[in-house]
Design a binder for this molecule. Structure first.
Ligand SMILES: *Cc1c(COP(=O)(O)O)cnc(C)c1O
Length: 376
């Protein structure tokens, strides 16, 4: 495996850094194949919104396309336009729908709007009629999440006024689960059955309900198409339970300084840590501006090789401090590298320390961290 820098202007060189991310494209492809094989014969798309959950859509989507993924979901039109420049051939769907530019922007870049409003569905059908071509769009139905999607009664009105909405060649008809990370939540079968019933109005159209977690709720959740995001990047499908996915990201930072302190001395802002015994402290070049959550101060651990180092004191913007009392002095010299995420610290584990979810950890990884890529 070869590490290459993510910056487009870095021609084969890796800029020196004190903190960086290593994104394992091979692990992401492996995770995608794992889901694809699990849900086969359903089609497996890939969700790469928010710059592929912070890890770099312009590198990750081509690796997935190479592995056979044909359909990508993003949230915003701008994300889709950027992805179109990198991948001229694949299908790209935009979860936001027609905002902010309307149908022409989608037609121009061959993008697929996900239509969550009856008025947008009407507008798309009318636009397609005016250009004499039924361009692909996805219809989004709400089955209980009450966030986006056409509600049942609005769907009745749409189909009554525009009977052609039932026969329009939708690329897919989709809905989204509210509680899929809890395998035995009653919302899951409730939404599955509601979706199945609403979908009877669109005979022959590909149906899609499951994101990552939904893929693991049972074969009757896969329908014709699944839309995983989180699992590709190593986030587990369920809050409790095993993680079938490979860790895709490593966050590494260097030790800048190490020191010894006496009993009663404090460390960091607010004097939040007070040594109860002589302690060796190392200061690491990463803080909350890099995406290490401030809420994990005094709780989390980082790793020097396989050795866990407890985080002590508050996390600062650019720095954090760890207890290295148990480590040989020569191993914690300035320049030594520690992993904040990596083989010994999964994204979900750091998220639990910080009282959040893996999705938030990934999407808040600092933009100033260079992304280095291990090729698939
Ligand atoms: C974000 C999103 C997904 C992907 O969800 P994961 O839990 O990350 O797999 C799928 N569908 C919709 C509508 C989404 O908003």
């Amino acid at each position: 495996m070869r590490a290459t820098d993510g910056a487009p202007d870095a021609v084969g060189t890796i800029e020196p850094a004190v903190a960086w991310l290593t994104v394992d494209l091979g692990a992401i492809v492996t995770n995608w194949r794992r889901i694809r094989d699990h849900v086969a014969p359903a089609e497996c798309a890939a969700v790469v919104k928010a710059d592929a959950y912070g890890l770099g859509a312009s590198r990750i989507a081509p690796a997935l396309a190479e592995a056979g993924c044909r359909l990508f979901f993003v949230a915003r039109l701008a994300e889709a336009m950027a992805l179109r420049l990198v991948l001229p051939e694949v299908e790209i769907a935009v979860l936001d729908g027609l905002e902010p530019f309307g149908p022409d922007a989608f037609i121009a870049d061959r993008l697929i709007p996900v239509l969550s409003e009856a008025v947008c569905a009407r507008r798309w059908i009318t636009h397609c009629r005016s250009i004499g071509a039924a361009r692909p769009a996805i219809l989004h139905l709400d089955t209980g999440l009450n966030r986006l999607g056409i509600q049942g009664e609005k769907l009745d009105d749409l189909l009554a006024e525009h009977p052609e909405a039932a026969s329009f060649p939708w690329r897919a008809v989709i809905s989204h689960l509210a509680c899929a990370t809890e395998a035995d939540h009653p919302m899951n079968p409730h939404q599955r059955d509601a979706f199945r019933s609403l979908a009877t109005r669109f005979p022959g159209r590909p149906l899609s309900l499951a994101a990552t977690s939904g893929c693991y709720l049972g074969a009757d959740y896969a329908f014709d198409l699944v839309r995983p995001g989180a699992g590709l990047y190593g986030i587990a499908p369920f809050e409790d339970g095993p993680n079938p996915f490979a860790q895709a990201v490593r966050m590494t930072a260097k030790i800048l300084q190490a020191r010894s302190i006496d009993t009663g001395e404090c460390v960091g802002y607010g004097a939040a840590f007070v040594a109860s015994a002589p302690t060796r402290v190392a200061t690491i070049a990463a803080g909350y501006a890099d995406g290490f959550p401030r809420a994990a101060g005094g709780i989390g651990v980082v790793h020097l090789g396989a050795i866990p180092l407890p985080v002590i004191g508050r996390i600062s913007m650019d720095l954090m401090t760890v207890d290295v009392s148990g480590v040989p002095v020569e191993a914690v010299r300035p320049g030594a590298e520690v992993d904040l995420l990596g083989p010994h610290r999964m994204v979900d584990a750091l998220a639990r320390d910080a009282g959040t979810i893996g999705y938030e950890i990934l999407t808040r990884l600092g933009t100033r961290l260079p992304r280095r890529y291990l090729d698939a």
